[in-house]
Ligand binder design. Structure first.
Ligand code: HEM
Length: 496
């Protein structure tokens, strides 16, 4: 294959290379400041494919959305897991699942994502989430106006509800008030949320290569979270999700793993399920509250769906239960969420070349790719392209609705319809397996907060919040700072 490659290099060009000024770091500093602007400026100068040396590695960026499919078709030459598992091992400290001793059994573990997060089984997850969100809201007891950070409000409800939905609830008899063994569950969830944020905050530095041991606070937080996820504790919990139950069984069969090592693999799931969902929920609620039209349309949709499912929105006498079909049919909320995702997503998709090979762009241009190079796609460039999305920095709640109120899927560039136009969840083999659950849980959150609370931004005239781009590449960007929310309960949350 080397000979073949040498021949192809003689005939073909490699993509233009940006080395940057600083050896080793390459362009990391310029990239890190504002990746979108940085990549756009290189694209303007060098075209749709170019290589950047970032922190000692070569990343070849494919920026033309019509060429994305060509990357996804290169499954044989481009590996996803090698990079993803390597990164997650560094950050979460779990075993090296790329190593031959594990890779056989890990092959059986990966399909569990799809089997337990998609299709009919999703209904169970959704029902548990609906109960758990209402359980957390039920603890609020003020009919007077309260002020709290919007991010804080979202995080405290969604973190606890999401955590309990995947990892189950502690048995009441074993926590204080019952057997007196530990803190009440909500307090332990509050601590877990603090630990989660302490760990997550250090992630950009860890992604840039800083070993976690040098970040003592993040390391301690990670280990404290892992302690909660030891199998002996998880097995005592009620209502474990099928995802976690199946992973417990699978890891118990891997004799080489110790108990703490197994817990750290569950931590990956905790991170994957929360790190993007929390800021995505924040932006969905934030943009909805800022737009009177969005609020009106969302409230009308929520009231309609509640009525259709036998509730009286003005006078709820039982907890809200909605089926997956009903949530799927909430297209206004769907459009609000997709628009919020478009504006805040900055994921980077990375594949590693297994072999030297020739990559053909949509334009027909061919370039030589070297074994070991990283191919990267940064869909934020597409999400912010004014040719695809008119006034791309503006929130338009109905951007993803067509004239009949159905989901809009036709978006164009150069007069051609795009196959991939919105990619907050990635695409191809690495596409987020939790994406249906994620969209549904944000819809549930919006539905339930609209149903139980009166809410408004304390200062609606405040200039729009901006995203924190130091986390670009890691998914949904959080806001640079929090903003005050005023809310009050409209009614008690009924119990069964
Ligand atoms: C992977 C986005 C919520 C589970 C990913 C990836 C992205 C993503 C971009 C990586 C794709 C790539 O590398 O190409 C999001 C967003 C979410 C969300 C934007 C919320 C708005 C969730 C939830 C769960 C979840 C709720 C689980 C319950 C996973 C898992 C992976 C993953 C397990 C790794 C998949 C693999 O290794 O193949 N997600 N995600 N995600 N996500 Fe999500």
């Amino acid at each position: 294959s080397s000979l073949l490659y040498m021949t192809s290099v003689l005939l073909l060009d490699e993509p233009p290379l940006m080395n940057g000024w600083i050896p080793f770091l390459g362009v990391a500093l310029e990239y890190g400041k504002n990746p979108l602007e940085f990549l756009r400026s290189i694209q303007r100068e060098y075209g749709d494919i170019f290589t950047c040396k970032i922190a000692g590695k070569y990343f070849t960026f494919v920026t033309d959305p019509f060429s994305y499919s060509a990357v996804f078709r290169q499954g044989r030459n481009l590996d996803f897991q090698k990079f993803a598992l390597g990164f997650s091992r560094k950050v979460f400290g779990h075993a090296d699942f790329n190593a031959p001793m594990y890779s056989g059994s890990y092959r059986d573990i990966h399909p569990i994502f799809r089997q337990t997060l998609q299709g009919p089984v999703l209904q169970q997850l959704i029902s548990t989430m609906m109960e758990n969100i209402q359980m957390v809201i039920r603890r609020d007891d003020s009919f007077n106006w309260v002020t709290e950070g919007l991010q804080r409000f979202v995080d405290r409800i969604m973190f606890e509800a999401g955590y309990l939905t995947l990892f189950g609830k502690e048995d009441e008899a074993l926590v204080s008030g019952g057997g007196g063994r530990g803190a009440p569950q909500w307090l332990s969830m509050r601590q877990a949320m603090e630990d989660f944020h302490a760990f997550d905050k250090a992630l950009p530095e860890m992604a840039a290569g800083l070993p976690i041991h040098l970040h003592l606070k993040a390391f301690r937080a990670r280990e404290a979270l892992a302690q909660k996820l030891h199998h002996r504790r998880l097995k005592r919990n009620k209502c474990l999700s099928a995802l976690v139950e199946r992973r417990i069984q699978a890891f118990d069969k891997m004799e080489e793993l110790d108990e703490h090592g197994k817990a750290r693999t569950h931590l990956c799931i905790l991170w994957a399920s929360q790190a993007n969902t929390l800021p995505a929920t924040f932006w969905s609620l934030y943009y909805m509250l800022r737009s009177p039209d969005a609020m009106r349309a969302a409230q009308a949709e929520v009231d309609r769906v509640l009525r259709e499912s036998g509730h009286t929105p003005e006078n709820l006498d039982k907890p809200v239960v909605l089926s997956k079909d009903q949530l799927d049919g909430m297209l206004v909320l769907g459009s609000i969420i997709e628009e919020a995702l478009r504006l805040s997503s900055a994921s980077i998709m990375i594949r590693v070349a297994n072999e030297h090979f020739t990559f053909t762009l949509d334009s027909g241009k061919m370039v030589a790719i070297r074994k070991g190079d990283h191919i990267a796609m940064f869909p934020q460039m597409m999400h912010m392209d004014p040719e695809i999305y008119e006034n791309p920095t503006e929130f338009k709640f109905d951007r993803f609705l067509d004239e009949n109120g159905q989901r809009k899927t036709d978006f164009y560039k150069n007069g051609r319809k795009l196959r991939h136009f919105l990619m907050p969840f990635g695409s191809g083999v690495s596409e987020c397996p939790g994406r249906f659950f994620a969209i549904n849980e944000i819809k549930q959150f919006l539905t339930l907060t609209l149903c139980y609370y009166d809410m408004e931004l304390q200062d609606p005239a405040m200039p729009p919040l901006t995203t924190d781009c130091t986390r670009a590449g890691l998914g949904i960007l959080p806001p640079k700072q929090d903003i005050s929310l005023r809310y009050r309960l409209r009614r008690w949350v009924p119990t069964h």
